[in-house]
Design a protein around this ligand. Structure first.
Ligand SMILES: [Zn+2]
Length: 399
């Protein structure tokens, strides 16, 4: 399935894909919540990632399903990598995908499962690539918070007619925005912000700022979905499509997720500006009534049930860390480094999480290029979490 370019109308093929993806996710979420009757069926946003391996829609499989619209309360941020900061559904979905990619790397390294992996065995010294035709489609039940949603609160909009943008606030278009702590909605980045947050400031009650989903997705369209750690082993993995279950406005969504950089960010291949296919669905879902819950659910291929995270603490309801937390990802990373060291040459194992991330130099350069590109067109400075939260160590043996 080829993505359509930004000016083309979605083809009937892509509409069929979009409808199929949304149907798969809603029907699986119904199974997981006893026909939407379980307390965990409550949600504002439902998201998921579907993988296709050919043009045949029957081959599509669900990688993950997630819900959530809230972020951690600053007093619970973890300096051990044990809490999830951002429990917006699509952000949790990306973490699930990363776990899935680790599982697929593991499969590649065992003779019995090698053929089933979505990765091709790499040539010596090269990184792993996805097999041809493996594609990932991101579904979100509504437009991502921040730039994509702020200007399109309704299903039908006449703000953009004949390519002319008539909205009175059009100057604010494209601005980087941050989620507000423990709440919903986003605010524009303060002018003159340096993008730096401090650990002691946040613990003392300074508001913890997290970039909006629109901004994060725009960055994924440059750096990929795999993150710094996996970039040591695999080539960047980009989304092929973004499918919205409601509030789909092509002009706002395309600006938000790839169209507001001005000049393309200055990046080296294989990194590039990815322009996924964008699509709504034939029967948009209606607004979810009621208050947004303080939990976020995730399910991954092969799971029996949902993992439930309390969004205030960023941990599971039994207070244990999620399998998706930084610590767990770091542990997976170290496991894989060890595995490679056994087969190939001994590798230095970085013991601190941020060091392992920083040595992924091409990835870090692409990330910096995104920050620069946003600054260059005056859309604000990307706000980072305090550096202290990435200075933990992990051991391969104990979770
Ligand atoms: Zn969001």
């Amino acid at each position: 399935m080829k993505p359509v370019s930004q000016n083309e109308e979605p083809s009937s093929m892509s509409q069929a894909l979009a409808d199929h993806v949304s149907k798969l996710i809603l029907s699986k979420f119904s199974d997981l919540t006893d026909g939407f009757t379980s307390p965990y069926a409550r949600r504002k946003v439902l998201s998921g990632i579907v993988m296709t391996t050919s043009d045949n829609l029957d081959d599509a499989s669900i990688v993950c399903i997630t819900t959530g619209t809230k972020c951690i309360n600053g007093e619970y941020i973890s300096d051990q990598g044990l809490a999830l900061n951002d429990c917006h559904a699509e952000i949790i979905g990306r973490r699930c995908l990363r776990l899935f990619l680790y599982q697929q790397l593991t499969a590649l390294h065992h003779p019995a499962t090698r053929e089933m992996s979505i990765f091709e065995a790499p040539l010596p010294g090269e990184k792993c690539c996805l097999k041809p035709n493996v594609q990932f489609h991101l579904y979100i039940s509504t437009s991502p918070c921040g730039d994509a949603r702020i200007f399109s609160p309704h299903e039908a909009s006449s703000d953009v007619e004949n390519g002319q943008d008539r909205h009175p606030n059009r100057k604010a278009r494209g601005q980087l925005r941050t989620k507000i702590e423990s709440g919903e909605g986003t605010i524009p980045i303060r002018t003159g912000s340096t993008g730096v947050q401090t650990w002691d400031g946040v613990l003392q009650g300074e508001r913890l700022l997290t970039m909006s989903c629109s901004d994060k997705i725009a960055r994924w369209n440059v750096i990929g979905l795999q993150g710094a750690l996996l970039s040591h082993f695999i080539e960047p993995v980009y989304m092929t499509s973004i499918i919205l279950g409601s509030l789909y406005h092509g002009s706002h969504l395309s600006r938000a997720v790839y169209g507001r950089f001005g000049d393309e960010p200055e990046i080296e291949p294989p990194y590039h500006l990815n322009r996924p296919l964008l699509s709504g669905i034939s029967n948009p879902e209606s607004r979810q009534p009621g208050k947004a819950p303080n939990f976020s659910c995730n399910w991954m291929m092969g799971d029996q049930g949902l993992e439930v995270i309390q969004t205030t603490t960023g941990k599971r309801e039994d207070n244990r860390p999620s399998r998706l937390c930084k610590y767990e990802m770091f542990r997976r990373y170290m496991e894989h480094v060890k595995r490679l060291a056994d087969v190939e040459k001994p590798i230095d194992l970085p013991s601190v999480y941020c060091d392992a991330k920083m040595t992924s130099t091409d990835y870090q350069a692409a990330k910096q290029a995104v920050t620069k590109a946003f600054e260059k067109v005056g859309l604000g400075t990307w706000t980072k979490k305090p550096i202290e939260q990435d200075m933990f160590m992990a051991s391969v043996d104990a979770p």
